[in-house]
Each structure stands twice: as C-alpha cells, then as structure tokens.
Design a protein around this ligand. Structure first.
Ligand code: FES
Length: 319
C-alpha cells in the first residue's frame, strides 16, 4: 500500500462495539496536538498488532480536528489484521498511523448526491453525510444495506429524526432475491453524483446499472477486496510494446507489482481498481477486467494494472 510519509502516534481513547462484529475506535494525538486534517471520504493507514498496515475510512466529521474515528469489522476469514486490532488493543494503547489520504473524494458542485453503502462500507459515506449535513451544500439520499439490523453500524443515528426522508435502510437476510431494487433510483441520473462503498457484488451491480451515467459522476471505494486469492488467478505474460521487454505475472502478484519490481516507475493510488490512476493502454490480448473504474466503452483499449489480469496467455501494454 502506498501511504504518505509521516507516521503519527495516536492513542486509543474510546473503543466500543457499534454493531455485530464492528468495533468503533476513537483516536487522538498522543501529544495532544491537532491531527492532520482530512476531507470526507479519506482513510488512514493503521499499523495493526499483527504487523500489517490496514486502511480504514475516517467516519467522523472532517470538522473535528482533534480526533479520528474509524469503525473496524472483524473479518473472520481475512488475513487477521482487523481481528488483531480489535482483540489485541485497548483504551490507552498507542498505535501508529499513516496520515489521511483520499481516493474517494466528495466532489463539489452536483445538484444532489446518492450514497449506496453495504455493511462496513458506510464508514467513508458517514463522513460525507456529516459534511453535507453541516454545510447544506446539496441534498442527498443514503441507501444503506446490511444483512440484518444487528449488522448495521450507527443504526440509531441513521434511523433518527435528523435523517427522516434522507435514508433508506434495507436488510436482505443474506438472500439475493431480497436485495433492494436500485434500478428506480439509478435509472435517471438527474445530475446527481453517486458514491458507493460495500461488498464487491453490490458495487458491481451498481456499476452495471450506471453504464448510462457519466463516469465522472460515479465513484466507488474498495479496500483491496478486488485482489483475488492466488487460487483464483492464472499466470500470464506481459509484453511492453515500446521497450520490447516481457515479464511473467505469477498468480500471487499484480501487473503493477511485477513492473515495479522490474524498476518501472508507475503511478498508482488506491491499488484496488477504483480510482483510475493506474490506467494503461492495452495494445492486444484478452484482459480480465477486475476494476470498477473503466467504463464499458473504455475496456477494449485500457486496463487497470493494479487489479486486472489476462484471460489470454499474453497481454501487450503500451509501455
Ligand atoms: Fe487506483 Fe489502479 S491505482 S485503479
């Protein structure tokens, strides 16, 4: 993960469960200094006790300069980073974080905003909504989906009178047949900007339903779920059209990682297929697009090298 330099020591000043398996952490400067500022949609990197650096969205108001609030979901099938943060830290502990950065920025100017959050995907969206509530910049509507009511973080807040008429909550019980029908919401863009954060399946469904939107008006946030497990991948070869070099991409590495190891300097930001920074021209080969950034008409000639792979034995890139 490419985080900005300048690690910050913070103290855990509050820690409590806010939904099933979701723990809220309040973090304040260990030296009682103002924290680096952030904008709605930003995340911090957290050095968790098992040694990983994990990204967590800030879910409090960006107006609060004295604290960061994150909500962490215990991912039982994950790599253990979030579990270690929840199980092996307590109030009063000092932890190291990378300062905020934002790959999911709330753009100013649209006539309205639509937010779609699935599960823990509510976290960056809550900071955006806090900002819009405070500034009254434009009207918004939130569609917030969880499997059960107990899995809904900030439930009381979003069901309170403050959000009457602005928030739609839906629980599908884990049954895809009971998923909320978003088509009436997305059929006519009406000048809105859409922000979606949640499980990959929800984001892909939203992307499929917004093919007729301007790609500049649709924004996704994904914390690395797009990096498929090695067992889901096959190796392939990339050839660089300009230099003539070629490299093997093994099952456990991305194209971006392979090229960086070869000494290439390439731009990236989210490294999860949502921001568009690593877009590369594709010369030939059959890509396996795994991003959420490219529009359908862009896919034949472009590839996001941080997540996407190949269906053919070779891909030729315009590098
Ligand atoms: Fe964001 Fe690849 S770095 S899409």
């Amino acid at each position: 993960m490419a985080e900005e330099a300048g690690a910050v020591q913070v103290e855990i000043t509050e820690k409590r469960l806010v939904a099933d398996d979701i723990c809220l952490f309040e973090l304040r400067s260990a030296e009682s200094r103002p924290l680096p500022p952030f904008t709605p949609g930003a995340h911090i990197g957290v050095a968790v006790p098992n040694g990983e650096l994990r990204k967590y969205s800030l879910c409090n108001s960006p107006d609060e300069t004295d604290r960061y609030v994150i909500a962490v979901k215990k991912e039982h099938g994950g790599r253990g980073g979030s579990v270690s943060l929840i199980d092996r830290t307590g109030v009063g502990d000092l932890i190291t974080i990378a300062p905020p950065r934002n790959d999911f920025e709330l753009k100013a100017g649209p006539s309205s905003y639509i937010f779609i959050a699935g599960g823990i995907g509510i976290t960056p969206i809550r900071a955006m909504i806090k900002h819009l509530q405070a500034t009254r910049a434009a009207p918004f509507r939130l569609y917030y989906f969880t499997r059960t009511p107990g899995m809904m973080a900030f439930r009381e807040e979003f069901l309170s009178s403050e959000f009457r008429g602005k928030v739609v909550v839906h629980h599908d019980g884990g049954d895809p047949d009971k998923a909320y029908d978003l088509w009436p919401v997305l059929e006519d863009p009406k000048g809105a900007h859409l922000y979606c954060c949640g499980p990959r399946g929800l984001m892909e469904a939203v992307r499929d339903m917004t093919g007729h939107w301007s790609s500049a008006a649709v924004h996704f946030e994904d914390f690395g779920a797009a990096k498929a497990r090695p067992e889901d991948n096959t190796p392939f070869t990339i050839r660089l059209a300009r230099s003539g070099e070629s490299y093997e991409v093994p099952v456990d590495k991305t194209i971006l990682e392979v090229l960086r190891e070869a000494g290439k300097v390439l731009p990236s930001s989210c490294e999860s297929g949502t921001c568009g920074t690593c877009r590369t021209r594709l010369v030939s080969g059959e890509p396996d697009h795994r991003d959420l950034a490219l529009a359908e008409h862009e896919r034949p000639r472009n590839i996001m090298i941080c997540v996407s792979r190949a269906r053919s034995p070779d891909l030729v890139l315009d590098l």
